[in-house]
Design a protein around this ligand. Structure first.
Ligand SMILES: Nc1ncnc2c1ncn2[C@@H]1O[C@H](COP(=O)(O)OP(=O)(O)OP(=O)(O)O)[C@@H](O)[C@H]1O
Ligand SMILES: [Mg+2]
Length: 383
């Protein structure tokens, strides 16, 4: 289901309990909540500010005229869908609510009716927002096969991006099998992305700030969950968190771990540019080809898909054109091999410095990504 933000104006305890019990399992983030309408103009101002996509309104004891309340909410900049809640069903009240512009009339038990209404609204929202994706640019780094270098490249790119883009950057470890970002970057926060995923209802700027590590200027980091807390991650909630972080950063770098997995597949939907990291070894190339094929078959845009050749040899046995035609996607760039330098840095608990041979490649990669809109720049580093 497409994640939604919501406002709640519910006074009746029965409706409040029913609503919250149902929302627990749905990708809905509550951005505004009060028990009564109060002064309508003040509530409308709040809606304007908080931009809920859906408003749940208890109409069981409503003092204000229903059509005025709904029209007022619909005419705010947020123009939320209004879902009216009542303790009873009744043809007249239902008709009145629908005539007033309510998107839905719900009474306990909400069950499937609530989910169906939110799914319908989510689909409409998805269609209208697909063309205009707001917020930061999300980059995903995925290893075609284990050990190709996705984590190394994601970390080095992320630490370069604040300087290169002058923007705020998040590095998020979504490798739920073997997350290494926290270790490589010496993060201190005990929290992980699973805390956000499991608490989407509390997710706002201050909650998020409490989860991330921020030892490096311009860069915040969120680690992968520890094995014990990996089980309950729901794909919809993960997508919701990713769409939330998009509003908080200019650049978001995701370590997607190896290959397509239950955690990387939903995340990929939120990725603007997916870098599939492969080496020139035959098993890795084979895996890369399969992943490209799977993504393209599922309708993933080819313009979002880029191959990164890591630990590249000095000379290639094939031409760039041959490689691209074999793998089915464009090669973004190649990065040379320098195992010793990397290992030395890692054993000192650091990333590679910008001045080192390989470090310069990571800097240039970040620079190129920041200027990613110019496709002519793409191949300048190849070979
Ligand atoms: N360009 C490079 N030159 C030499 N060694 C490299 C290079 N890039 C990565 N490595 C080394 O390869 C190993 C695997 O790298 P890394 O952990 O980044 O890969 P990964 O794709 O994230 O692996 P995993 O599938 O385990 O998540 C590490 O020891 C790393 O130091
Ligand atoms: Mg990794």
């Amino acid at each position: 289901m497409y994640p939604l933000t919501a406002g709640i104006v519910v006074q009746t305890k029965e409706l409040w309990d029913e609503l919250h019990a149902n929302l627990q399992d749905l990708p809905v983030r509550v951005v505004l909540e009060q028990s009564e309408i109060g002064q309508l103009s003040v509530l409308l101002e709040k809606i304007d500010r908080m931009r809920p996509e859906v408003m749940f309104v208890d109409i069981s004891g409503l003092r204000e005229p229903l059509d005025q309340v709904i029209r007022g909410m619909r005419s705010t900049a947020a123009a939320p869908f209004v879902l009216t809640l009542n303790t009873v069903a009744g043809t007249d009240v239902i008709l009145n609510a629908m005539r007033a512009g309510a998107a839905e009339y719900l009474y306990p038990p909400f069950g499937d009716a609530l989910r169906a209404a939110l799914e319908r609204i989510g689909n409409e929202r998805r269609n209208t927002t697909q063309a205009v994706r707001r917020g930061g640019h999300t980059l995903g780094f995925m290893s075609a096969k284990g050990g190709c270098g996705a984590t190394t490249i994601a970390c080095h790119t992320a630490v370069e991006l604040p300087a290169q883009s002058k923007g705020k950057v998040l590095l998020a470890d979504l490798d739920f099998d073997a997350g290494m970002v926290g270790f490589l970057l010496k993060t201190k926060s005990p929290y992980s992305i699973s805390d956000a995923v499991r608490n989407t209802q509390r997710l706002d700027e201050s909650y998020w700030k409490a989860l991330v590590s921020n030892g490096i200027s311009g860069l915040e980091i969120i680690s992968a969950p520890l094995p014990a807390s990996r089980l309950a991650l729901k794909p919809e909630q993960l997508r919701f968190v990713l769409s939330f972080v998009r509003t908080q950063y200019d650049w978001i770098v995701l370590d997607l771990g190896r290959s397509l997995s239950p955690s990387s597949t939903p995340a990929i939907e939120e990725v603007d540019d997916l870098f599939l990291v492969t080496t020139m070894e035959v098993p890795a190339l084979h895996q890369a080809k399969l992943i490209v094929q799977k993504l393209l078959d599922s309708g993933y845009g080819k313009n979002r898909l880029h191959l990164l050749l890591n630990r590249a040899p000095k000379r290639f046995d094939v031409t760039l054109e041959e490689l691209e035609s074999m793998l089915g996607a464009p090669v973004y760039t190649s990065i040379p091999s320098d195992y010793l330098a990397l290992n030395e840095s890692y054993s000192e608990g650091k990333l590679l410095g910008r001045g080192s041979g390989l470090g310069k490649h990571f800097t240039r990669l970040a620079m190129s990504i920041v200027g990613v809109s110019d496709p002519k720049k793409k191949f300048s580093m190849f070979g």
